[in-house]
Design a protein around this ligand. Structure first.
Ligand code: AMP
Ligand code: GLY
Length: 440
């Protein structure tokens, strides 16, 4: 049996672990924070320790004869976990440090896209002081500005004019805040359109697509409030979205293939692992919002449970450079709703008891994945991050949404979720928005 180590502790890692076990792996989990789902799946073969202590992770792999490791989150990838483990002879599913900078540094990402003339790139400029900021805002027009800290911010550092910033003054103040925190930042062209996530499996050369997903970054219903790590996501039974065509996907995939090629040319390093592209369809075509060097959270929950190809074999394909396009998924719709602590993301209430009616969730047919909750005795408590993801899978979006929503009702605590994720009304709003931008 293949012994696999999953590194990471969230709902994404929970669903990755589930897919590995389904594929026949004996699972081990290395996590900074105990995930009760991973603890069950790995039958207690867990180590609770820093996910960036590579020496310890390497020793754990050696002592337990791990065949390969799957790295879930961006933090260890961006500081070189794959380089460290591979040096000790442990194959990994995840990019090496240079290649992971496609997520770790937005400056690296935008410069790469510019240098290689990748079509979906947008205008942006990097700053590390206030020098030139005011002129650049005037040149772009304040209403066309998005401010992005350079590094990893868990999806919460980006501020968009019209959503979070309402004047040139607001933009300048946020830039000053970032400078005080010693963070370099980008001023980027603001786009208007509909976003979609295209997640791929990459073996250095082959880039294999998975069903499209749409995430919901804003904290509150109707896409209001601050940006979050993602409050929920859905996918459709035909693996597209009603406002995104097969041709749009081809364009996005083509750019992802070019990026994999550009990374190799620029760094000498083959990109291996998962590559996540966040795109926006606009009146001027498909544009790139960001790349991630990992699967999405929640988006991993929308695709992995639909896999009909063995996930352990896919991982070996990534490692050996032998992926084929024969990766298939069930033609079903999925809806994932995240439960987050009251006050998330700005002032979340922590240590609140969470009660789960496991039996009822099972009856409804919903699945749930633990994110940031901890066990004390037999009870489960929330932390300051998203607590649990609840997933509905069905032949149609309507049914999947109902399963997810009913599943959410089986979880009690000081938590909130977005009821509108996956609903017909929100979908129609997105279709109308796209149509109006395209002048239809
Ligand atoms: P990111 O962390 O880059 O994914 O950004 C978080 C969210 O901010 C995205 O999902 C978008 O909703 C929004 N955003 C980022 N970049 C842009 C942009 N250039 N134009 C409009 N919205 C953006
Ligand atoms: N859901 C967005 C992300 O994983 O970055």
């Amino acid at each position: 049996m293949t012994k696999v180590l999953i590194v990471g502790h969230g709902a994404r890692e929970h669903v990755i672990g589930e897919s590995l076990v389904k594929g026949g792996a004996t699972l081990h989990a290395f996590m900074s924070f105990k995930n009760a789902g991973l603890e069950d799946l790995s039958q207690g073969r867990v180590k609770i320790h820093s996910e960036t202590d590579f020496k310890e992770i390497g020793s754990y792999c050696k002592a337990n004869h791990i065949d390969f490791a799957v790295i879930g989150p961006e933090a260890p990838l961006c500081v070189g976990i794959v380089d460290a483990l591979e040096k000790r002879g442990i194959p990994c599913v995840g990019p090496r440090i240079e290649a992971a900078q496609i997520e770790g540094s937005k400056v690296f990402m935008r410069s790469l896209l510019a240098k290689y003339n990748i079509r979906s790139n947008v205008k942006s400029k990097m700053f590390q002081s206030l020098e030139g900021v005011s002129d650049y805002i005037d040149e772009m027009g304040e209403e066309n500005i998005v401010v992005k800290p350079e590094g990893l911010t868990g999806g919460k550092g980006v501020k968009v004019y019209g959503d979070h910033l309402f004047s040139k003054d607001d933009i300048m103040k946020y830039c000053e805040e970032l400078i005080e925190k010693k963070s370099r930042f980008l001023l980027e062209e603001r786009l208007d359109g509909e976003e979609f996530t295209l997640q791929t499996f990459v073996d250095g050369k082959n880039v294999i697509k998975t069903p499209l997903v749409q995430d919901h970054k804003r904290a509150y219903e109707n896409d209001e409030g601050p940006n979050t790590g993602g409050m929920g996501s859905y996918s459709m039974e035909n693996h597209l979205l009603p406002f995104i065509s097969e041709q749009d996907v081809c364009l996005a995939l083509e750019d992802m293939k070019q990026v994999v090629h550009a990374i190799k040319k620029e760094t000498g390093m083959e990109y291996k692992g998962f590559l996540y592209g966040q795109f926006m369809k606009t009146a001027n075509g498909i544009k790139l919002i960001e790349f991630n060097a990992r699967l999405g959270d929640p988006e991993a929950m929308n695709i992995l449970p639909l896999l009909t190809t063995n996930f352990v074999e896919i991982c070996w394909g990534i490692i050996h450079g032998t992926l084929t396009s024969r990766v298939s998924f069930e033609n079903k719709a999925t809806v994932c709703k995240y439960l987050a602590p009251e006050g998330y993301p700005e002032s979340p209430k922590k240590d609140q008891k969470v009660e789960i009616d496991h039996e009822k969730i099972k009856q409804i047919g919903a699945r749930y994945y633990y994110a940031s909750v901890y066990k004390k005795g037999n009870d489960i408590y929330s932390t300051t991050s998203r607590a649990m993801g609840v997933l509905g899978i069905a032949e149609t979006l309507e049914k999947a949404e109902r399963i997810a929503e009913e599943g959410v009702q089986c979880i009690k605590g000081n938590l909130f979720h977005r009821k509108d994720v996956g609903t017909r009304a929100l979908l129609q709003k997105r279709i109308n928005h796209m149509n109006s931008l395209l002048g239809k």
